[in-house]
Design a protein around this ligand. Sequence first.
Ligand code: C5P
Length: 320
Amino acid sequence: MTAEAVADGLARRTVTARASAKVNLHLAVGRAREDGYHPLATVFQAVDMYETVTATVRDDSQITLAVTAAAGFSGSLADVPLDATNLAWRAAEALRERYGIADGVDLEISKGVPIAGGMAGGSADAAAALVACNRLWECGATRDELADVAAELGADVPFALLGHTAVGTGRGDVLSPAMAHGSFHWVFALQHEGLSTPAVFARFDQAVAEGVRLVPQPAVDEEVMAALMAGDPFRLGTALRNDLEASALALMPKLKRVIDECERADALGVIVSGSGPTVAALAASRIHAQEIAALLRSSGTADAVVCASGPATGAVVLER
Ligand code: C5P
Protein backbone atom coordinates (compact mmCIF):
# COMPACT_ATOMS: atom_id res chain seq x y z
CA MET A 1 0.00 0.00 0.00
CA THR A 2 1.38 3.43 -0.91
CA ALA A 3 1.76 6.21 1.66
CA GLU A 4 -1.02 8.07 -0.16
CA ALA A 5 -3.36 5.08 0.10
CA VAL A 6 -2.62 4.77 3.83
CA ALA A 7 -3.28 8.49 4.32
CA ASP A 8 -6.50 8.19 2.29
CA GLY A 9 -7.59 5.23 4.44
CA LEU A 10 -6.96 7.20 7.62
CA ALA A 11 -8.79 10.23 6.29
CA ARG A 12 -11.74 8.23 4.96
CA ARG A 13 -13.24 6.70 8.07
CA THR A 14 -14.59 3.20 7.54
CA VAL A 15 -16.82 1.02 9.72
CA THR A 16 -17.72 -2.61 9.01
CA ALA A 17 -20.76 -4.33 10.54
CA ARG A 18 -22.42 -7.66 10.00
CA ALA A 19 -25.85 -9.19 10.60
CA SER A 20 -27.15 -12.75 10.45
CA ALA A 21 -29.72 -14.63 8.41
CA LYS A 22 -32.84 -15.94 10.16
CA VAL A 23 -35.10 -18.94 10.13
CA ASN A 24 -38.67 -18.91 11.51
CA LEU A 25 -39.16 -21.88 13.85
CA HIS A 26 -42.84 -21.13 14.09
CA LEU A 27 -44.81 -18.81 11.83
CA ALA A 28 -48.52 -18.40 12.51
CA VAL A 29 -50.23 -16.02 10.08
CA GLY A 30 -53.61 -14.30 10.48
CA ARG A 31 -55.99 -12.61 8.06
CA ALA A 32 -54.57 -9.65 6.09
CA ARG A 33 -55.05 -6.27 7.76
CA GLU A 34 -56.36 -3.20 5.95
CA ASP A 35 -52.78 -2.05 5.20
CA GLY A 36 -52.11 -5.39 3.45
CA TYR A 37 -49.78 -6.68 6.17
CA HIS A 38 -50.65 -9.90 8.00
CA PRO A 39 -50.68 -10.22 11.78
CA LEU A 40 -48.02 -12.77 12.76
CA ALA A 41 -46.92 -14.74 15.75
CA THR A 42 -43.47 -16.03 14.98
CA VAL A 43 -40.32 -17.33 16.62
CA PHE A 44 -37.18 -16.16 14.86
CA GLN A 45 -33.77 -17.67 15.25
CA ALA A 46 -30.64 -16.00 13.86
CA VAL A 47 -28.16 -18.41 12.24
CA ASP A 48 -24.48 -17.91 11.47
CA MET A 49 -24.74 -16.98 7.80
CA TYR A 50 -23.75 -13.35 7.46
CA GLU A 51 -24.20 -10.21 5.45
CA THR A 52 -21.31 -7.77 5.96
CA VAL A 53 -21.66 -4.06 5.23
CA THR A 54 -18.68 -1.71 5.04
CA ALA A 55 -19.54 1.98 5.28
CA THR A 56 -16.99 4.59 4.23
CA VAL A 57 -17.68 8.25 4.79
CA ARG A 58 -17.76 10.58 1.77
CA ASP A 59 -16.96 14.25 1.72
CA ASP A 60 -20.07 14.96 -0.33
CA SER A 61 -23.68 13.96 0.40
CA GLN A 62 -23.92 11.05 -2.07
CA ILE A 63 -24.82 7.50 -1.16
CA THR A 64 -23.28 4.76 -3.32
CA LEU A 65 -23.66 1.00 -3.17
CA ALA A 66 -21.57 -1.94 -4.36
CA VAL A 67 -22.20 -5.66 -3.81
CA THR A 68 -19.80 -8.59 -3.76
CA ALA A 69 -20.28 -12.29 -2.99
CA ALA A 70 -18.92 -13.59 0.32
CA ALA A 71 -17.15 -16.99 0.32
CA GLY A 72 -19.79 -19.70 -0.10
CA PHE A 73 -22.45 -17.36 -1.48
CA SER A 74 -24.77 -19.11 -3.90
CA GLY A 75 -26.96 -17.22 -6.37
CA SER A 76 -26.75 -14.28 -8.74
CA LEU A 77 -25.75 -10.79 -7.61
CA ALA A 78 -27.49 -9.45 -10.73
CA ASP A 79 -30.75 -9.52 -8.73
CA VAL A 80 -29.52 -7.00 -6.14
CA PRO A 81 -30.70 -3.42 -6.77
CA LEU A 82 -27.80 -0.95 -6.52
CA ASP A 83 -29.94 2.17 -6.19
CA ALA A 84 -32.14 3.90 -3.60
CA THR A 85 -34.55 0.94 -3.61
CA ASN A 86 -31.93 -1.24 -1.89
CA LEU A 87 -32.81 -1.71 1.78
CA ALA A 88 -29.25 -0.92 2.97
CA TRP A 89 -29.31 2.34 1.01
CA ARG A 90 -32.75 3.15 2.47
CA ALA A 91 -31.41 2.38 5.95
CA ALA A 92 -28.52 4.84 5.52
CA GLU A 93 -30.89 7.47 4.14
CA ALA A 94 -33.43 7.03 6.96
CA LEU A 95 -30.73 7.33 9.64
CA ARG A 96 -29.22 10.38 7.97
CA GLU A 97 -32.56 12.13 7.80
CA ARG A 98 -33.45 11.35 11.41
CA TYR A 99 -30.13 12.61 12.79
CA GLY A 100 -29.63 15.55 10.42
CA ILE A 101 -26.38 14.19 8.95
CA ALA A 102 -24.96 15.97 5.90
CA ASP A 103 -22.25 13.45 4.96
CA GLY A 104 -22.68 10.76 2.32
CA VAL A 105 -21.50 7.17 2.47
CA ASP A 106 -20.08 4.47 0.22
CA LEU A 107 -21.74 1.17 1.20
CA GLU A 108 -20.22 -2.14 0.23
CA ILE A 109 -22.25 -5.27 0.91
CA SER A 110 -20.62 -8.66 1.04
CA LYS A 111 -23.45 -11.15 0.58
CA GLY A 112 -23.43 -14.48 2.37
CA VAL A 113 -27.21 -14.98 2.63
CA PRO A 114 -29.29 -16.13 -0.35
CA ILE A 115 -31.28 -13.47 -2.21
CA ALA A 116 -35.10 -13.79 -1.96
CA GLY A 117 -34.53 -17.02 -0.04
CA GLY A 118 -36.81 -16.47 2.98
CA MET A 119 -33.81 -15.88 5.25
CA ALA A 120 -34.04 -12.07 5.46
CA GLY A 121 -30.74 -11.32 3.73
CA GLY A 122 -31.98 -7.89 2.60
CA SER A 123 -33.15 -7.10 6.13
CA ALA A 124 -29.71 -8.13 7.44
CA ASP A 125 -28.15 -5.64 4.99
CA ALA A 126 -30.38 -2.89 6.37
CA ALA A 127 -29.62 -3.79 10.00
CA ALA A 128 -25.86 -3.94 9.36
CA ALA A 129 -26.01 -0.63 7.46
CA LEU A 130 -27.85 0.98 10.39
CA VAL A 131 -25.24 0.02 13.00
CA ALA A 132 -22.33 0.79 10.65
CA CYS A 133 -23.63 4.25 9.69
CA ASN A 134 -24.62 5.03 13.29
CA ARG A 135 -20.97 4.52 14.29
CA LEU A 136 -19.51 6.14 11.15
CA TRP A 137 -21.58 9.33 11.39
CA GLU A 138 -21.51 9.33 15.22
CA CYS A 139 -25.30 9.66 15.35
CA GLY A 140 -25.37 8.34 18.91
CA ALA A 141 -28.62 6.38 18.33
CA THR A 142 -29.42 3.82 21.03
CA ARG A 143 -30.41 0.24 20.10
CA ASP A 144 -34.06 1.17 20.77
CA GLU A 145 -33.82 4.17 18.48
CA LEU A 146 -32.22 2.04 15.76
CA ALA A 147 -35.05 -0.48 16.21
CA ASP A 148 -37.57 2.31 15.50
CA VAL A 149 -35.83 3.15 12.23
CA ALA A 150 -35.56 -0.59 11.46
CA ALA A 151 -39.33 -1.12 11.85
CA GLU A 152 -39.98 1.62 9.28
CA LEU A 153 -37.76 -0.18 6.77
CA GLY A 154 -39.40 -3.61 6.88
CA ALA A 155 -41.05 -6.17 9.13
CA ASP A 156 -37.93 -8.37 9.46
CA VAL A 157 -35.36 -5.61 10.00
CA PRO A 158 -35.88 -5.23 13.79
CA PHE A 159 -35.08 -8.93 14.28
CA ALA A 160 -31.98 -8.70 12.06
CA LEU A 161 -30.84 -5.94 14.42
CA LEU A 162 -31.63 -7.90 17.61
CA GLY A 163 -30.55 -11.44 16.61
CA HIS A 164 -30.42 -14.53 18.88
CA THR A 165 -33.90 -16.06 19.35
CA ALA A 166 -37.02 -13.90 19.72
CA VAL A 167 -40.78 -13.91 19.48
CA GLY A 168 -42.20 -11.51 16.90
CA THR A 169 -45.78 -10.26 16.89
CA GLY A 170 -47.57 -7.46 15.01
CA ARG A 171 -46.08 -7.60 11.49
CA GLY A 172 -43.19 -9.60 13.02
CA ASP A 173 -41.53 -6.36 14.12
CA VAL A 174 -42.69 -6.27 17.76
CA LEU A 175 -40.04 -8.38 19.47
CA SER A 176 -39.39 -9.98 22.80
CA PRO A 177 -36.27 -12.08 23.39
CA ALA A 178 -36.85 -15.83 23.89
CA MET A 179 -34.94 -18.11 26.25
CA ALA A 180 -32.94 -20.70 24.33
CA HIS A 181 -30.27 -23.06 25.64
CA GLY A 182 -27.39 -24.42 23.62
CA SER A 183 -26.96 -24.42 19.86
CA PHE A 184 -29.25 -25.77 17.17
CA HIS A 185 -27.72 -27.20 14.01
CA TRP A 186 -29.41 -26.55 10.69
CA VAL A 187 -29.04 -27.57 7.08
CA PHE A 188 -30.33 -25.10 4.49
CA ALA A 189 -31.27 -26.28 1.01
CA LEU A 190 -31.01 -23.23 -1.27
CA GLN A 191 -32.52 -22.53 -4.68
CA HIS A 192 -31.05 -20.05 -7.15
CA GLU A 193 -34.55 -18.98 -8.15
CA GLY A 194 -36.09 -16.82 -5.39
CA LEU A 195 -39.67 -16.43 -4.18
CA SER A 196 -41.20 -12.99 -3.73
CA THR A 197 -42.51 -12.50 -0.17
CA PRO A 198 -45.56 -10.45 -1.32
CA ALA A 199 -46.38 -13.19 -3.87
CA VAL A 200 -46.30 -15.88 -1.17
CA PHE A 201 -48.55 -13.81 1.12
CA ALA A 202 -50.90 -13.20 -1.84
CA ARG A 203 -51.08 -16.98 -2.43
CA PHE A 204 -51.87 -17.38 1.27
CA ASP A 205 -54.72 -14.82 0.90
CA GLN A 206 -56.03 -16.76 -2.08
CA ALA A 207 -56.11 -19.99 -0.04
CA VAL A 208 -58.00 -18.16 2.72
CA ALA A 209 -60.49 -16.80 0.16
CA GLU A 210 -60.92 -20.38 -1.07
CA GLY A 211 -61.88 -21.53 2.41
CA VAL A 212 -58.67 -22.43 4.28
CA ARG A 213 -59.52 -21.84 7.95
CA LEU A 214 -57.57 -19.36 10.04
CA VAL A 215 -57.29 -19.04 13.78
CA PRO A 216 -58.79 -15.69 14.89
CA GLN A 217 -55.56 -14.60 16.55
CA PRO A 218 -52.16 -16.10 15.61
CA ALA A 219 -50.26 -17.25 18.70
CA VAL A 220 -46.89 -18.80 19.42
CA ASP A 221 -46.87 -22.50 20.23
CA GLU A 222 -45.79 -23.15 23.83
CA GLU A 223 -44.13 -26.39 22.73
CA VAL A 224 -41.63 -24.40 20.63
CA MET A 225 -40.80 -22.20 23.60
CA ALA A 226 -40.39 -25.22 25.90
CA ALA A 227 -38.14 -27.02 23.39
CA LEU A 228 -35.95 -23.92 23.04
CA MET A 229 -35.72 -23.46 26.79
CA ALA A 230 -34.75 -27.14 27.22
CA GLY A 231 -32.23 -26.90 24.34
CA ASP A 232 -33.89 -30.02 22.92
CA PRO A 233 -33.63 -30.28 19.12
CA PHE A 234 -35.75 -33.48 19.04
CA ARG A 235 -38.65 -31.65 20.68
CA LEU A 236 -38.12 -28.57 18.55
CA GLY A 237 -38.03 -30.70 15.39
CA THR A 238 -41.54 -31.99 15.91
CA ALA A 239 -42.88 -28.53 16.84
CA LEU A 240 -41.65 -26.62 13.74
CA ARG A 241 -44.52 -24.99 11.86
CA ASN A 242 -44.90 -22.48 9.05
CA ASP A 243 -48.33 -21.29 7.85
CA LEU A 244 -46.74 -19.95 4.64
CA GLU A 245 -45.32 -23.34 3.69
CA ALA A 246 -48.32 -24.52 1.63
CA SER A 247 -48.30 -21.23 -0.32
CA ALA A 248 -44.56 -21.45 -1.01
CA LEU A 249 -45.04 -25.07 -2.17
CA ALA A 250 -47.93 -24.04 -4.42
CA LEU A 251 -45.67 -21.48 -6.11
CA MET A 252 -42.66 -23.79 -6.27
CA PRO A 253 -43.85 -27.43 -6.23
CA LYS A 254 -40.32 -28.84 -6.57
CA LEU A 255 -39.72 -27.90 -2.91
CA LYS A 256 -41.79 -30.92 -1.91
CA ARG A 257 -38.98 -33.18 -3.13
CA VAL A 258 -36.44 -31.23 -1.07
CA ILE A 259 -38.59 -31.70 2.04
CA ASP A 260 -38.98 -35.42 1.29
CA GLU A 261 -35.21 -35.81 0.91
CA CYS A 262 -34.58 -34.06 4.24
CA GLU A 263 -37.06 -36.41 5.91
CA ARG A 264 -35.42 -39.43 4.27
CA ALA A 265 -32.12 -38.20 5.68
CA ASP A 266 -33.65 -38.38 9.18
CA ALA A 267 -33.83 -34.67 9.89
CA LEU A 268 -35.51 -33.99 13.26
CA GLY A 269 -37.85 -31.53 11.56
CA VAL A 270 -38.14 -29.82 8.18
CA ILE A 271 -39.66 -26.48 7.35
CA VAL A 272 -39.74 -23.91 4.56
CA SER A 273 -37.81 -20.90 5.88
CA GLY A 274 -40.10 -17.84 6.08
CA SER A 275 -41.64 -17.26 2.66
CA GLY A 276 -39.15 -19.68 1.05
CA PRO A 277 -37.86 -21.15 -1.12
CA THR A 278 -35.04 -22.15 1.26
CA VAL A 279 -35.84 -25.38 3.09
CA ALA A 280 -34.44 -25.72 6.63
CA ALA A 281 -33.76 -29.12 8.18
CA LEU A 282 -32.99 -29.43 11.89
CA ALA A 283 -30.23 -31.85 12.92
CA ALA A 284 -29.33 -33.44 16.25
CA SER A 285 -25.69 -32.31 16.12
CA ARG A 286 -23.15 -30.63 13.86
CA ILE A 287 -22.08 -34.03 12.50
CA HIS A 288 -25.68 -35.04 11.88
CA ALA A 289 -26.13 -31.76 9.95
CA GLN A 290 -23.14 -32.65 7.76
CA GLU A 291 -24.62 -36.09 7.09
CA ILE A 292 -27.98 -34.62 6.08
CA ALA A 293 -26.17 -32.07 3.90
CA ALA A 294 -24.22 -34.81 2.11
CA LEU A 295 -27.40 -36.79 1.36
CA LEU A 296 -29.20 -33.68 0.19
CA ARG A 297 -26.33 -32.72 -2.13
CA SER A 298 -26.32 -36.16 -3.70
CA SER A 299 -30.11 -35.97 -4.22
CA GLY A 300 -29.61 -33.00 -6.56
CA THR A 301 -32.85 -31.40 -5.37
CA ALA A 302 -31.23 -28.13 -4.20
CA ASP A 303 -28.91 -25.71 -6.01
CA ALA A 304 -26.70 -25.45 -2.91
CA VAL A 305 -26.67 -26.89 0.60
CA VAL A 306 -25.24 -25.01 3.58
CA CYS A 307 -24.91 -25.94 7.27
CA ALA A 308 -25.37 -23.20 9.88
CA SER A 309 -26.03 -22.96 13.61
CA GLY A 310 -28.21 -20.76 15.72
CA PRO A 311 -28.68 -18.69 17.69
CA ALA A 312 -26.28 -16.14 16.20
CA THR A 313 -25.83 -12.48 17.08
CA GLY A 314 -27.78 -9.54 15.71
CA ALA A 315 -26.17 -6.62 13.89
CA VAL A 316 -22.77 -5.73 15.34
CA VAL A 317 -19.87 -3.51 14.39
CA LEU A 318 -16.76 -5.57 13.67
CA GLU A 319 -13.95 -3.93 15.63
CA ARG A 320 -10.67 -3.83 13.75
O1 C5P B 1 -41.99 -5.41 5.54
P1 C5P B 1 -41.45 -6.02 4.29
O2 C5P B 1 -41.18 -4.99 3.23
O3 C5P B 1 -40.28 -6.92 4.52
O4 C5P B 1 -42.59 -6.97 3.75
C1 C5P B 1 -42.59 -7.42 2.41
C2 C5P B 1 -43.99 -7.82 2.03
O5 C5P B 1 -44.36 -9.02 2.72
C3 C5P B 1 -45.07 -6.83 2.37
O6 C5P B 1 -45.23 -5.89 1.36
C4 C5P B 1 -46.30 -7.73 2.47
O7 C5P B 1 -46.76 -8.06 1.18
C5 C5P B 1 -45.71 -9.01 3.05
N1 C5P B 1 -45.87 -9.09 4.53
C6 C5P B 1 -47.13 -9.29 5.05
N2 C5P B 1 -47.29 -9.38 6.41
C7 C5P B 1 -46.22 -9.30 7.23
C8 C5P B 1 -44.92 -9.13 6.71
C9 C5P B 1 -44.78 -9.02 5.34
O8 C5P B 1 -48.11 -9.38 4.32
N3 C5P B 1 -46.41 -9.40 8.55
